[in-house]
Design a protein around this ligand. Structure first.
Ligand code: C5P
Length: 442
């Protein structure tokens, strides 16, 4: 997909050794749709532009310091505020800090003709910090009732939200549902911390540390387009091996990890095919999704998509066995039984999709998963060799708090070069870290 504007240049600064290369961001949610044409702005600065959205809560004063950190990292910062944001810290403060006009309603005569569109186009990354419950819930449902929310709807830049709110507002099912919707669209949520809140209550809802917010925003400059032009296959979810029309053999895998990988890869510009077993998850934005049932169906779909991909990530929990025969009509308590009243099932082996396809992988970078209950690392190293994988992501599923169905995981990345242990991270963060490794390998 062509870059929509000239590539921003890395600003010269010897004091910023860790600053990633600024890249033009890809549409975060619609990488496979035709790119909308945009007017070239001759005045576009050669620096990545972070648009900082400011909403109204007690943590709003912290945004001043976040802006300073982003500027130190080489970003040009522009601010868009909600009217409530401006009642906590004035637009004048942000104008002085950024040396840029601040976007705030009512729109004055000096504003650009279609202000939200100009702002949306200028942004390489859009960070909303702090993001109130009100704005977060509005964004989840596409409400565009002020300059900030309208700009969020109009931008194609990666969106990061750093929520800050009362613990009960955070835990409210409405907020949690909105967070799920936003994450599924590839919005990065910078989780609030638990602690003493401004309202006097204790719990989650305190704005994440400002250096963490700045760090994650800066990391987006580098990630925004780093998979552009790459084709990636992801398998996800559990397969279902039907015994009869109403019963099947399967595993509790939710598919969350594979979907997060597919979503993140699409957001970073890859052309993604997701082959998924049945899950309760919505299709990730911008991915070609093929839903299948059994391991045999997954094999056929994955085989069809494998040729020529740059990377293949096999995260599906594929059933190793299937019933030899699928009974056409529901098995009854008193039919199909052995003489002693028991029911015998004969299971036959399914093809190993990863091992079969990776045996002829050419230059495709192959990632497999290993969910183990014991001798995790030994099993992962064995799989690396026997399945012809370049990387195995191993985890211990004997811990019920991790792995299957949970939102967080702790893994080991096993390659021929060695083993690296991750921290306890969300599955979305795991997708990011894994794709950073894929990018490095490609
Ligand atoms: O051997 P095991 O099932 O533990 O291997 C797990 C890895 O192999 C995962 O990456 C999984 O997606 C893949 N796999 C597969 N086809 C199978 C079994 C596992 O692709 N039949």
């Amino acid at each position: 997909m062509p870059s929509k504007q000239p590539q921003p240049q890395q600003p010269q600064s010897p004091s910023r050794p860790q600053q990633p290369q600024a890249q033009q961001p890809q549409s975060q949610s619609r990488p496979q749709q035709p790119q909308a044409q945009q007017a070239q702005s001759p005045s576009r600065p050669q620096q990545p532009t972070v648009l900082v959205g400011v909403t109204g809560c007690i943590a709003t004063y912290k945004t001043c310091e976040i802006i300073r950190l982003l500027q130190k990292a080489g970003a040009r910062v522009k601010v868009v505020m909600t009217p409530m944001g401006a009642s906590f810290v004035t637009a004048e403060t942000f104008k002085a800090l950024t040396r840029e006009p601040v976007a705030l309603e009512p729109i004055d005569s000096h504003s650009a003709p279609i202000h939200h569109i100009t702002l949306a186009q200028e942004a390489d990354v859009f960070l909303i910090a702090p993001c109130t419950a009100n704005t977060l819930n509005k964004l989840a449902h596409g409400v565009a009732d002020n300059l900030l929310t309208t700009t969020a709807l109009a931008t194609e830049a990666p969106l990061l939200l750093a929520p800050a709110m009362n613990v009960h507002m955070w835990r409210d099912p409405c907020t949690q549902e909105s967070l799920g919707l936003l994450r599924a669209r590839g919005v990065q949520i910078i989780e609030p911390e638990a602690g003493l809140l401004a309202c006097g209550e204790v719990g989650e809802g305190r704005l994440a540390p400002i250096d963490q917010i700045a760090e994650k925003t800066v990391a987006e400059f580098a990630r925004a387009r780093d998979l552009a032009g790459k084709r990636i296959l992801v398998t996800a979810g559990a397969t279902r091996e039907q015994l009869d029309p109403v019963r099947y053999l399967s595993s509790p895998s939710s598919g969350i990890t594979g979907y997060a990988i597919a979503q993140e890869a699409a957001r970073r510009g890859a052309e993604v095919t997701l082959v998924s077993g049945p899950t309760n998850l919505p299709d990730p934005f911008g991915c070609r999704v093929q839903r299948v049932g059994s391991a045999l169906e997954m094999f056929v779909a994955a085989q069809g998509a494998f040729a020529g991909v740059d990377a293949a990530i096999f995260s599906a929990a594929v059933a190793d066995f299937r019933p030899e025969t699928r009974v056409e009509r529901k098995i009854k308590k008193d039919t199909n039984l052995d003489a002693d009243g028991s029911l015998t099932l004969k299971l036959v082996q399914n093809p190993d999709i990863l091992a079969t396809l990776a045996a002829d992988k050419g230059s495709t970078y192959v990632v497999g998963f290993a969910a183990e209950t014991n001798d995790v690392l030994a099993a992962a190293r064995k799989k690396l060799a026997t399945k012809h994988a370049d990387l195995i992501v191993a985890n211990d599923v004997s811990n019920p708090a991790l792995g299957f169905g949970s939102t967080h995981n702790k893994v080991w990345f096993v390659t021929a070069q060695g083993t690296e242990e991750s921290a306890l991270i969300s599955k979305t963060a795991l997708a990011r870290v894994l794709l950073d490794k894929v990018v490095a390998a490609l």
